[in-house]
Design a binder for this molecule. Structure first.
Ligand code: FEO
Length: 397
C-alpha cells in the first residue's frame, strides 16, 4: 500500500496483506487484512505502531516517501503483539535515537520480543506529549486485548489511534470505510474479529468505549482494516451492544456430548431431564457431532456451568470433543462449575482426560465425573442425575 494522506500531516504508512486467509494461526480472514501504521509530521516526526516483520521494507519505503528515517523522533506503540511490534528492532537499527512511548507492560513485552534494550518513555494514562505544533494524549486501556494496550488521541486532527480496537481483518485498499464496496461482508468480519479478539474481554471493551465516548472523533485509526469515518459511532455501538451483559439473566447450563452408540446420549438425557425440571436454570443439550460447531462453542462459553460427555475410542475422547475443548474461552472459564461424563467399552479414559483439560482451563471441576461401562444401568442414570443436580446447586448458590 502506498503512503496515503489521511489528514493534515497525518499519513498511513502501513501495508496491505490481501492474501492472508488465517490470522494468528487461529482466525479465518477470508478478505485478508492490513497492518496499519501511521506517521505524524511536524516539529517532531512521530510514528504510531510498526508492522509485521515480513513487511518491514514496504513500511520503511512508505515512511521514507514522506521523511527520512533519521528524522523520526518518537515511536508510539499502542500495543505490542508482533504484527505491530515486529519491525521495531529493524527500525531502531536505522535510527537508534527514536524514543518509544508505551505502557509499562508494553515496555516489558517489546524488550522480550526484540531481546534488546531501547530508549523508552513509559506513559501514564492521560499524559500528554507536546510536539510543539500539536499534542498527543495517551489513554491507557488495558486488556484490549493485551495488558499493554492504550489509545493515542490527537485533538488537532480528531484522530484516535486505537491499534486492534475497532479494527477488522478486511483489506480495504483505500483504507477508508467510506469506500467499502461490500459493507455487509465487512460488518460480518467486524463481528468475527470482535468475537475472536475482544469477546473474552467484554468489561474492558465497555471501559475502553467509555474512555473515548466524549472525544470529538473525526477518524478512528485502527491497526487492521479501514479507518472509520462513516462508521465511528456504528462500530462503537456494536461493540457496546455485544459487550453489555444480559440483564437479570437466568443461569445457563450446557450439556455437550459425543456418543458413538447412544450410551453417552442416555447419560446426557438423564442430566437434561433432571435439570429441565429446575425452573431456575436454562438448560441446553447439544450433540456436538451434528450441531454447528460455532453454536456448540458459543453455548459452552455462555453457560454458567458446563457438562461435557464423551465416549472413549481407542483410549481417548474423539477429536470433535477436543476441538470443542480447545475452543473454549479460557479467560472467562475460571471458577465456573464443570463436569464430565461418558460411557465406555474397555477402559474409559475420556472422562479423566476431559477432567484434566477442564481443570487446566480453571473450571471448578465437580466430583470425579460419571462413567458407565457400555449401557448405563438405572443406578448409573440415577448417579448422573444426582451429579447434574449438584452442578445446578453450585450455580444457584
Ligand atoms: Fe493486531 Fe493484537 O495484534
Amino acid at each position: 500500500m502506498a503512503t496515503k494522506k489521511l489528514s493534515e500531516n497525518i499519513y498511513s504508512v502501513g501495508v496491505l496483506n490481501p492474501g492472508l486467509r488465517v490470522f494468528d494461526i487461529i482466525m479465518e480472514s477470508p478478505y485478508g487484512t492490513s497492518y496499519n501504521a501511521y506517521l505524524i509530521t511536524g516539529k517532531k516526526n512521530v510514528l504510531i505502531d510498526t508492522v509485521h516483520l515480513e513487511f518491514f521494507e514496504e513500511y520503511l519505503e512508505n515512511i521514507q516517501a514522506i521523511v527520512n528515517i533519521s528524522e523520526i523522533d518518537y515511536l508510539i506503540m499502542n500495543h505490542t503483539e508482533p504484527d505491530h511490534s515486529g519491525s521495531i528492532a529493524k527500525l531502531l537499527e536505522l535510527n537508534p535515537k527514536i524514543e518509544i512511548f508505551c505502557t509499562m507492560a508494553a515496555k516489558k513485552y517489546i524488550t522480550a520480543i526484540a531481546n534488546q534494550e531501547f530508549r523508552f518513555h513509559v506513559v501514564k494514562s492521560g499524559e500528554i506529549l507536546d510536539l510543539g505544533d500539536r499534542s498527543l494524549q495517551f489513554i491507557v486501556a488495558p486488556l484490549l486485548h493485551w495488558p499493554d494496550s492504550m489509545f493515542t488521541w490527537d485533538e488537532t486532527s480528531g484522530c484516535v489511534f486505537t491499534c486492534d480496537f475497532l479494527g477488522t481483518h478486511f483489506c480495504e485498499p483505500t483504507l477508508l470505510d467510506t469506500n467499502l464496496h461490500y459493507r455487509d461482508k465487512y460488518l460480518e468480519q467486524v463481528r468475527h474479529y470482535y468475537e475472536c479478539i475482544f469477546g473474552p474481554f467484554k468489561p474492558y471493551v465497555l471501559s475502553g468505549l467509555d474512555k473515548i465516548k466524549d472525544l470529538p472523533i473525526k477518524m478512528v485509526c485502527p491497526s487492521h482494516g479501514p479507518c472509520l469515518v462513516s462508521g465511528i459511532q456504528e462500530l462503537q455501538n456494536l461493540y457496546r451492544e455485544w459487550s453489555t451483559p444480559e440483564e437479570c439473566k437466568r443461569k445457563k447450563i450446557a450439556i455437550l456430548y459425543a456418543s458413538a452408540y447412544g450410551c453417552t446420549t442416555q447419560l446426557a438425557q438423564a442430566a437434561y431431564e433432571e435439570l429441565s425440571a429446575d425452573s431456575d436454570v436454562d438448560v441446553s443439550m447439544i450433540d456436538i457431532v451434528f450441531a454447528p460447531f460455532d453454536e456448540t462453542v458459543a453455548a459452552a462459553n455462555e453457560a454458567d456451568a458446563l457438562l461435557i460427555g464423551s465416549c472413549t475410542i481407542n483410549r481417548d475422547a474423539p477429536k470433535i470433543v477436543w476441538d470443542v475443548l480447545s475452543s473454549i474461552d479460557a479467560i472467562n472459564a475460571r471458577s465456573k462449575p464443570a463436569g464430565a461424563f461418558g460411557a465406555y467399552g474397555w477402559s474409559g479414559e475420556a472422562v479423566p482426560m476431559m477432567r484434566s483439560r477442564l481443570e487446566h482451563l480453571k473450571y471448578s471441576f465437580v466430583g470425579e465425573g460419571i462413567r458407565s461401562n457400555f449401557t448405563p444401568t438405572q443406578e448409573d442414570l440415577a448417579k448422573m442425575k444426582e451429579y447434574a443436580r449438584s452442578m445446578a446447586e453450585q450455580i444457584s448458590k
